[in-house]
Design a protein around this ligand. Sequence first.
Ligand SMILES: *Cc1c(COP(=O)(O)O)cnc(C)c1O
Length: 423
Amino acid sequence: MKTKSHISYFDNQMHIENVSVESIAKDIPTPFYCYSYSAIKAAYLEYEAAFSELDTMICYAVKANSNQAILKTLSDLGAGADVVSEGEIRRALSAGIPANKIVFSGVAKTEAEITLALDNDIFQFNVESEPELLLISQIAATKNKFPAISIRINPNVCAKTHEKITTGKSENKFGIPIAKAREVYRYAASLPNIVVQGVDVHIGSQLIDLVPFEEAFNKVAEFVTILKNDGHKISIIDIGGGLGIDYSEDEIEPDKNAYATIVKHCLSHLDCKIIIEPGRSIVGNAGILVSSVVYVKKGEERQFLILDAGMNDLIRPSMYDAYHQIKPVNNSVTEVSHYDIVGPVCETGDTFSKNRELPTAKAGDLIGILSCGAYGTVMSSTYNTRLNAPEIMVNDKKFAVIKPRLSYEEVIAQDIIPDWLLK
Ligand SMILES: *Cc1c(COP(=O)(O)O)cnc(C)c1O
């Protein structure tokens, strides 16, 4: 059976690296997330190798998975970070990612967030609007600082991905249209406490086709030339993230070398440092969500496989109609059945897959949902007062809990009953 790198079957038992998933489940009640340290490291090193001929800084997009153990893994390899909030700045710094490798993206940076970023002297702000430019300049002036900025341009290309994760079309809220961006650069250069350093673009996530990247990078190249002619010193091109992964058996994961070749071809003549911001393609295939079958329920027309993991743990199928491979942890059953695979949450949207063929399962069986390392735990909630799924990291033959499950006591104790309700 085809599985992901670092996830395989030995003696019909699913292993992540050299640890059997069943052995982890003996210690940790399901559902839980489980990540391969080596897979994360390998994906990062693939980027490093693919971009070795270019002056590149790899800034991992923290929002894909912001666990400290993952950030430390990447920080130890020399990664920088792309962050989108104060919380992510704090997480990146706390895991040892140096401030001079942090780029700050996002459309709604607040005064507090800008202040924190300035106080830490981060590498660059990726600015998305004129009011943001003005605010950064004003706060920087009070601190006598001169922060470096890139402006995120919106190249108006179709990323051919899910509509909720396409960001480079003119109708999206992100960036500044190229037609207007030249004037915004002039404005930026006129502000006393802003240093114009680069151009930024990010056209969307889960791109399987490389053509939209090429279109966008060519537009960026043309624009950088215009900016240079206008007298701006452009030394950085930040090309964002967005490279997709192979969620389904018949998707082919885009090749990082082919992606790097496009970057080289479109941008190397401009003599700029390239920043890349990969998220999903570093951690996505490194993680699985392990769940148990609670019931097999026979409906009139279909059978439901009811799991103890739900949309609160992994929202991608409900939110993006995302496909995930779902595999038995014990692969010794040869008979197959078709199931609607659902969670326990009181929402019909709490469905991982419809009419999926799986080895015939029974209550108590362990199930692995693959490719859950990115946008899994970070988008989870405790809806229905379900406890958070803990996170485990495997390295070769050992595993460690990298985020525990909170207790019901801890969860309930977060609420406060006001005095005036306590009689
Ligand atoms: C989300 C995001 C990324 C990472 O996208 P992936 O698809 O996970 O690689 C990079 N840069 C910006 C600005 C983002 O918003």
